[in-house]
Design a protein. Structure first.
Length: 658
């Protein structure tokens, strides 16, 4: 999250504005983890006015000091109020009189001679401002239908970052994508960089990684359209339906939405209700009981209504239309088969019959509308010389729901899935299995399943719990002549024993430990891999540089015996090499106090998270202090805790007596 400070510079009218930033504004922003300050921090050449306009438009938070009548400050504040509806915070020293147009706005007042005295109040006020969705711009409060320009139009993501995301996504390296998301933090283009990574993680169905990424975007804009729409699906996949509904309701609360986007949100609400409906009856072993529970469930009609509303919102959006027809068809079929259950909700049998007749009429109209929508969609695709397998699948679904000729249904599905992937086939199978399990559309369903080669015992695989992963980080063996000892060579046995006890303790916890991840440096890393081997745990070597370069940097200083142990590990273990050199890519070179060594820690952490999700334990052989450079083990421990990883600290001060 980034801020921009609007203020006078230097000493003016007895106020040292640079000191106000130093003692008050900067510490408050730092305490909240907010990056970005003012135009002084722009080091590269360029037009400062362009940079100023961009930051006013794209900053998540603007802090404006209005202590004196400064034309530049008022000009920049006016631009901000015209472009952004919220998160503009005003403060002042009681110097000049308030400008007339701003007299109704709230300010935080500080003492110009002791600005630090207001630090606790400012920190809490900024925290509340960041958490609030209320508009503070007088422009947007006066014009409630005014729409903010999209920040994405003004934030250029570096080509190198985009290409790195594309490469990681193509290789299916979910952990690398998580690292790139972490590295986007602090840049002006952070939100758009996260958006690119989030899309890639969503496509790879890395639900935990995608969830963390899109939630980061929502912390900046709680009603972000793309973020909440995708969160609706991600939470659904994770079985967190209330949170999915909440995300989709945030979409529907937006003003000025396109019909397709609103239709999609209603459709996803329908899917949530459908999933919950299926959960109420699916495990029942007896067909009759399944049918009764399915018909009695409130989620059946709720799903139909949501899908139907989505289709009526945009008749060109086939997905909610065909699903509304499916849910309505199931409702009618079950009501006809179970009249006593259907009539339970009515006072008189005639009311039940009348309502069922009404549903049949709705079904006829809906089927006709869906057919027209699919026909129009196919015509558009033909005109554009494009293909869309989901339109073909929807056409087959419509055939299954309306045709009286099972062979035609079988042919429609065979054609639709001729060039399908596993995901598309799974979707069709799951829908057909609903009909099968409820005993509706039996002839059509059996013909389709036979044509597609589906077997009765074939079921959607259940998601299994992520395997447990151990991530290790810690000190290298001290090089000869090190001024302040951290890991003296004669403490190797003590370190090995502490690592072994920590790994054994993890093995005793519930769930099997599937793998270990660590670098290959002399000292803790190599000891960890050797302990894992002794205890029958597979581990992987993660090297920041090619082996020869890595040996020179991280193994050779400890002596030849450690090189031999390293070489033995590389012949036995899977090895991943991160980069060809220790140079950061150009898009990352601007990140302050960041090195390839910090990058390798983040890389390993996110690969562990990608493999283990919440079942990651970080074992750190560490003295609790800052390392020899920025980042290091402290940064890794803090990041692991933020992602709810379990952390085990092996305190080397206590172990080694140093």
């Amino acid at each position: 999250m980034r801020a921009f400070i609007i203020r006078p510079f230097g000493v003016k009218q007895g106020i040292d504005f640079d000191n106000v930033v130093k003692e008050l504004i900067d510490p408050a922003l730092t305490a909240l983890g907010v990056t970005g300050r003012d135009t002084i921090e722009i080091l590269k050449q360029g037009n400062i006015r362009i940079d100023m306009f961009q930051r006013l438009l794209t900053a998540d938070l603007v802090v404006a000091d209005l202590s004196i009548h400064n034309a530049n400050v008022f000009y920049e504040l006016g631009i901000r109020h015209a472009l952004r509806g919220k998160r503009t915070f005003l403060l002042r020293s009681n110097q000049d009189a308030y400008p007339f147009d701003l007299q109704t706005d709230r300010y935080l007042a500080y003492d110009k001679d002791n600005p630090a005295a207001s630090l606790p109040v400012l920190t809490e006020s900024l925290r509340q401002t960041l958490a609030s969705e209320d508009q503070d711009s007088p422009v947007f409060r006066s014009l409630p239908d005014l729409q903010e320009p999209s920040r994405g139009q003004f934030l250029a993501v570096p080509r190198g970052f985009r290409e790195a995301v594309e490469l990681a996504a193509d290789r299916g390296e979910r952990g690398d994508l998580g690292m790139l998301a972490a590295e986007a933090e602090g840049f002006e283009w952070e939100s758009e960089g996260l958006r690119i990574v989030g899309r890639a993680l969503f496509k790879l169905e890395d639900d935990e990684g995608a969830l963390a990424t899109w939630k980061s975007i929502c912390r900046v804009d709680a009603q972000d359209l793309e973020a909440n729409t995708l969160l609706g699906t991600i939470y659904n996949r994770l079985g967190r339906f209330t949170e999915s509904d909440q995300a989709l309701e945030r979409v529907l609360d937006r003003k000025g939405m396109e019909p397709h986007d609103r239709s999609e949100a209603y459709g996803l609400l329908g899917r949530n209700a459908k999933t919950r409906w299926k959960g109420e009856w699916h495990e029942e072993p007896v067909l009759q009981t399944r049918r009764e529970k399915a018909l009695r469930s409130a989620f059946l009609e709720r799903s139909y209504q949501a899908y139907s509303r989505g289709f009526s919102t945009d008749l060109n959006h086939v997905y909610p239309g065909v699903n509304a027809l499916a849910m309505l068809t199931v409702l009618i079929e079950l009501a006809q088969a179970l009249p006593e259950v259907w009539s339970e909700r009515f006072e008189k049998d005639k009311e039940a019959e009348s309502q069922l007749d009404s549903l049949r009429e709705q079904r006829e109209k809906l089927a006709a509308a869906v057919e027209v929508s699919i026909t129009a969609a196919k015509a558009r695709l033909e005109h554009e010389e494009k293909n869309n397998i989901w339109i073909e699948i929807s056409d087959a679904d419509l055939c299954c729901l309306t045709s009286k000729r099972p062979p035609r249904v079988a042919a429609a599905y065979s054609k639709a899935l001729a060039d399908s992937s596993g995901g598309e086939r799974k979707s069709v199978r799951d829908q057909l299995n609903i009909y099968r399990d409820l005993g509706v559309l039996t002839a059509n369903v059996e013909a389709a399943r036979l044509a597609l080669g589906l077997k009765d015992e074939e079921e959607t695989p259940q998601k299994t719990e992520s395997p447990r992963v151990l991530l290790f980080a810690g000190h290298m063996i001290d090089a000869p002549g090190r001024e302040r000892p951290r890991f003296p060579p004669d403490k190797e046995d003590a370190a090995r024993q502490a690592i072994r006890e920590a790994v054994e303790a993890e093995k005793k916890r519930p769930g099997e430990v599937a793998r270990g991840i660590a670098g290959g440096a002399s000292g803790g890393d190599i000891l960890f891999h050797e302990v894992c081997e002794e205890l029958g745990i597979s581990s992987s070597l993660y090297l920041v540089l090619p082996e020869n370069q890595y040996i020179q940097a991280s193994v050779a200083p400890a002596g030849g015996a450690w090189i031999e142990r390293f070489d033995r590990l590389t012949t036995k273990l899977p090895v991943r090499v991160f980069a060809d050199s220790a140079d950061l890519p150009s898009w990352l070179a601007e990140k302050r106090d960041y090195s390839i060594w910090q990058r390798i820690n983040i890389w390993m952490l996110h690969n562990a998270l990608a493999a283990g999700g919440e079942n990651v334990t970080l074992i750190a052989l560490w003295n609790g202090e800052e390392g020899d450079g920025p980042g290091g083990t402290r940064d890794l421990v803090e990041r692991a805790k933020k992602r709810q990883a379990r952390t085990v600290i092996l305190d080397t001060k206590r172990l080694f007596g140093v």
